[in-house]
Design a protein around this ligand. Structure first.
Ligand SMILES: C[S@@+](CC[C@H](N)C(=O)[O-])C[C@H]1O[C@@H](n2cnc3c(N)ncnc32)[C@H](O)[C@@H]1O
Length: 244
């Protein structure tokens, strides 16, 4: 009697461990897009608390380098793919030199709701719910495209990256992150040189990667060719959120 009970206990423990790994450790990534987005919808209200974003860190390591890359353009049209709770648009709008506009997209409605709640009254951000793999914008539409800490959760990272490059104008700046902690997501992650090769095949010139937080590298790219900045100076701007 004891041995079957022990066996049942072991099986239950293994199933629970597997479920924890599938739903928590790897955030649903092996179960498909619907599960990933369901989990982000579920965790959205607690997401910022879990991540503990520090505004000065975002200012120095996100907003400042992006504005440095595009200098002297200060009114870029920016696309942030998989924006989550709006980390990138918030960092840009908090920078005193940013006079552009950010279109912030995500597939999780609840994540976008959190972002929008934080940015009420900010006229320089537009939120849009759409999949990264099929962006609803024409080719060559943005001065800057970013996608941070999200590609590893997507069913087709190749499609998402191809879309990021497609909507970027020639000469525009791409900033993405590559997750490098391969222990937690076996088979789901790329080496940096694989990302470089993919981006180059899409028509990007890629600079070296640099460390980004614990599990990531930041990768910068320039889309081959040249074109006039898109900019937003011609847009009529409304009221902006005061800088903190
Ligand atoms: C770890 S969060 C990163 C959010 C934000 N970029 C940041 O750095 O805080 C990953 C985000 O990717 C979004 N996401 C996952 N798969 C997606 C897809 N296929 N299309 C669009 N967004 C997706 C999730 O909803 C989530 O908000």
């Amino acid at each position: 009697m004891l041995i079957p009970l022990l066996l049942i206990a072991v099986v239950i423990a293994l199933v629970l461990a597997l479920l924890y790994w599938l739903l928590v450790t790897t955030e649903g990534v092996y179960l498909g897009k619907r599960v990933v987005i369901f989990l982000y919808d579920l965790y959205a209200p607690r997401y910022d608390k879990i991540k503990e974003y520090q505004p000065p860190y975002e200012y120095y390591f996100l907003a400042r380098p992006i504005l440095g890359e595009i200098y002297p353009l200060s009114d870029p049209l920016v696309l942030d793919v998989a924006t989550g709770t709006g980390r990138l648009p918030i960092a840009l709008c908090d920078h005193e030199d940013f006079n552009g506009h950010v279109i912030a997209t995500d597939l999780s409605r609840r994540m976008l709701e959190q972002a929008a709640a934080k940015m009420q009254g900010e006229a320089r951000i537009t939120f849009l719910r759409c999949a990264a793999e099929r962006l609803p914008f024409p080719d060559n539409s943005f001065d800057v495209v970013t996608c941070l800490e999200a590609l590893e959760f997507m069913e087709s990272r190749e499609d998402a990256l191809r879309e990021c490059v497609r909507v970027l104008r020639p000469g525009g700046v791409l900033l993405i992150t590559n997750r490098i902690n391969t222990r937690t997501m076996p088979g789901r992650l790329w080496r940096d040189d694989e990302v470089f090769a993919l981006l180059e095949s899409f028509g990007m010139s890629v600079s070296q990667s640099e460390p980004w937080q614990t599990d990531y590298h930041k990768i910068w790219g320039l889309k081959d060719g040249e074109s006039e900045p898109i900019g937003t100076a011609k847009w009529k701007r409304g009221a902006s959120r005061p800088h903190p």
